[in-house]
Design a protein around this ligand. Structure first.
Ligand code: PGA
Length: 259
């Protein structure tokens, strides 16, 4: 059975003390709960807190830590950047690649993201590759073509073996931080489309094993409707991941469905 993942993307939020309290609150909130083996929880804090949050995550076997970004080179004169091996050295196991904010505000296009994917895979980390269309594209009905291009250009050069280190996160840009969630039907339609693309490229077995997350205004109130969709394997969550009271219930919903 493929993994289900509830991932929190904290973005550029929290003081050090708040980050520690949030991570500890999540670990404590899950303590003693029945977490099915297939359910993983991921916390993606700002880089300066990664070490601290990883130490806290070590307190629960279902909780993992991810970077929000990394550079494509393994070292070098890139002031301010973080290399994938530096994340590995902290015990980090996942990295977000190609979040729409990285694409929009930091000019990360297909080629850079392809190189970042390679850097993450080479390091033995799991890449959480984000894709998704902007509102105008959705309104024009061209969302499948855009997502197909994002996957083809930055991901589908990987070998089948390398691809097992990939998690896909479908995040329609118009639903991120806006309170507008894709309907469960819209999410399912795109997830089924993505799984079909993976199947055409890598075969049925790998497609069936690939975890595809939905992101964009996921919260306790809509988690059940999204997670019951057959091709939605969890969420990449921004706003609702910043509080224990809104993040843990989303994890609990996934656990309920997998129990
Ligand atoms: P949101 O963010 O849950 O606040 O919409 C999701 C994301 O950007 O990953």
């Amino acid at each position: 059975m493929r993994n289900k993942i509830v991932a929190g993307n904290w973005k550029m939020n929290k003081t050090r003390t708040e980050a520690e309290a949030l991570a500890q609150g999540i670990v404590d909130g899950l303590a003693g709960k029945n977490i099915p083996d297939s359910v993983k929880v991921l916390m993606c804090p700002p880089a300066p807190y990664l070490w601290q949050v990883q130490q806290i995550a070590n307190g629960h076997p279902a909780v993992f830590v991810g970077g929000q970004n990394c550079h494509q080179a393994s070292s070098g004169a890139y002031t301010g950047e973080i290399a994938a091996p530096m994340l590995t050295a902290l015990g980090i196991t996942y990295v977000l690649v190609g979040h729409s904010e990285r694409r929009a505000y930091f000019g990360e296009g297909h080629d850079i993201l392809k190189a970042k994917v390679d850097a993450v895979i080479a390091e033995g980390l799991q890449a959480v590759f984000c894709c998704g269309e902007e509102l105008a594209i959705r309104e024009a009905g061209e969302q499948e073509g855009v997502v197909k291009t994002q996957l083809t250009e930055s991901l589908f050069h990987l070998s089948a073996e390398q691809f097992t280190q990939v998690v896909i996160a479908y995040e329609p840009v118009w639903a991120i931080g806006t309170g507008k969630t894709a309907s469960p039907e819209q999410a399912e339609a795109m997830h089924a489309f993505i799984r079909q693309l993976v199947k055409e490229k890598y075969g049925a077995e790998i497609a069936d094993q690939t975890t595809i997350l939905y992101g964009g205004s996921v919260k306790p109130a809509n988690a059940a409707a999204l997670f019951t969709q057959p091709n939605v394997d969890g969420g990449l969550i921004g706003g609702a991941s910043l509080k224990v009271e809104t993040f843990v219930p989303v994890i609990e919903e996934m656990c309920r469905q997998m129990a």
